[in-house]
Design a protein around this ligand. Structure first.
Ligand SMILES: [Zn+2]
Length: 499
């Protein structure tokens, strides 16, 4: 499916304005996201960047077709911290990197992030990096110095354009350390290649060594996204705002000079920081929250929704309340599915009916720079809890205008808008929610012993109601409440869910 007229707009960090998104080739939309350095667990700030990119990936797939969007997210499996960790623990590097890459992927899968089309590992693309570095030396954009190769920023006029951060640029910002300054022509020059560390290195024309971090992404983006194309410009590059400088700035310099292109990516999409209340999350403050730990207490969908509660370009204050509120929203959406089983079975069928969000005026908010927060507000009237207070009309931008007759009719019990329900629930599923069955959701992570206990209480209430023994029915309900579950009487009998 090709759609050049789609209203999707994105805030482009490069031009500092919202722009209509127009891919170079709608049948092959390319997107790159900087992946993790795999030497420890991912924290919740890393997860925000991955979930935001996942929403963008899903929206693009919805617009251009699943096969048309090519998304690459790398694994950095060579890095000083990895080598250091290997030296300290005595474990082989591959054991460390494979373990944390696997955990990263499992954690993101639990947050319902789709696997990217390509997940290149840096160590598998050393040859591509060496080739790109040789090319940059040949063109005069890079130089060798004392076993290192540096990119000469003075040869790239547009350096600093993305970050606009020329003062910081002058200070330099690579991961080499202060000792390297003496080897550089300009303070802002950054390293492309450095000598081997603790015996870790690869042979290259400019000496045995290992790549700098920035060159990895330039080489892997080219290898996975534009290798066979006429252009080396990718459509979208995303990532956390913390990577804008120096990492993304340096990626641009290397790729533009190496590929003889004016741009590396047409659109740069950066998500803002996540903070812990008013404090920034940092290891020194001891307030680093790991996704892996959160998943022991909260369902991945709850964490996903909590991460999307603020617009991606706003800072997100992370808190327990945010998780609780997200859990409540999801409980309500899943209950909506329970009360509309025909729709539920439809959206989980092998081939769900295609949902065309473009026709839904509420989705306009979503297509305006991924305003998911506004979109969820706009569709909130479907939400059982919000329905009574929120039923109303929405402007084309998704703003609440006032009550809508059709919606009031619905609130008064009239049916006939199942289709709209389907759209709402289908849209949530498209955005990575409602992936479980309502039953699995309501039972949470309950042990099988508890499950049989709760099943027995529900059965007792069902039988008591059938026998019109109201005292026994009440007793069963009270027992359930004391155990932290809720009994629900429905046409198919009494069921239970966790509160
Ligand atoms: Zn990168």
């Amino acid at each position: 499916m090709t759609d050049q007229t789609h209203p999707l707009t994105l805030y482009n960090s490069l031009t500092r304005q919202k722009e209509q998104f127009i891919p170079q080739d709608p049948s092959r939309v390319t997107m790159y996201n900087c992946g993790p350095t795999v030497y420890s667990y991912a924290h919740i700030g890393n997860a925000r960047a991955a979930v935001v990119a996942d929403v963008l990936f899903r929206v693009l797939r919805h617009i251009y077709g699943e096969e048309a969007v090519v998304y690459a997210r790398n694994i950095t499996d060579v890095d000083d911290r990895i080598i250091q960790s290997s030296k300290e623990t005595g474990l082989p590097i591959s054991e460390i990197t494979e373990k944390y890459a696997r955990i990263y992927n499992e954690d993101l899968a639990a947050l319902n992030c789709l696997a990217p089309t390509h997940q290149p590992h840096a160590t598998k693309h050393i040859g591509d990096m060496i080739e790109m570095i040789s090319d940059l030396i040949e063109k005069g954009n890079a130089y060798e110095s004392d076993g290192h190769v540096f990119f000469d920023v003075s040869t790239y006029e547009a350096y600093g354009k993305l970050s606009g951060n020329t003062l910081d640029a002058l200070r330099g910002g690579d991961r080499v350390g202060e000792g390297e300054v003496a080897r550089k022509k300009n303070a802002a020059d950054f390293v492309l290649w450095k000598p081997e560390l603790h015996g870790v290195g690869w042979d290259a024309p400019f000496g045995r060594g290992r790549p700098g971090w920035h060159i990895e992404c330039s080489a892997m983006a080219k290898a996975t996204l534009t290798q066979d194309l006429d252009t080396d410009v990718i459509d979208i590059h995303c990532g956390g705002v913390d990577l804008k400088f120096p990492h993304h700035e340096n990626e641009i310099a290397q790729s533009c000079c190496g590929n003889d292109e004016e741009k590396f990516a047409n659109y740069w999409v950066h998500n803002e920081f996540l903070n812990m209340g008013s404090e920034k999350m940092s290891k020194s403050l001891g307030n680093v929250t790991l996704v892996h730990d959160l998943l022991k207490e909260w369902d991945g969908e709850v964490i996903r929704l909590a991460l999307l509660k603020a617009h991606y370009r706003s800072e997100l204050s992370w808190s327990e309340d945010l998780l609780r509120e997200s859990k409540k929203n999801l409980d309500s959406w899943y209950r909506t599915l329970t009360s509309h089983p025909s729709i539920g079975s439809k959206i989980w069928s092998e081939q769900p009916a295609p949902i065309e969000l473009k026709e839904d005026m509420r989705a306009k908010a979503l297509f305006e720079d991924l305003n998911l927060k506004e979109y969820l507000k706009a569709v909130a009237w479907f939400d059982e809890d919000a329905r009574r207070s929120n039923a109303g009309l929405y402007s084309s931008a998704g703003q609440y205008l006032g009550p809508n007759e059709e919606e009031l009719l619905f609130v008064n019990g009239q049916s006939g808008i199942n289709q709209k329900y389907e759209k709402f629930l289908g849209a949530l599923q498209l955005l990575g929610f409602l992936k479980k069955s309502p039953e699995a959701w309501s039972k949470g992570n309950t042990s099988s012993d508890d499950q049989s206990k709760f099943d027995a209480i529900a059965k007792r209430r069902q039988e008591a109601r059938a026998a019109k023994d109201w005292a026994a029915a009440d007793a069963a309900r009270d027992e359930a409440t004391a155990l932290g579950i809720v009994l629900e009487d429905g046409p198919n009998g009494t069921s239970w869910r966790k509160t």
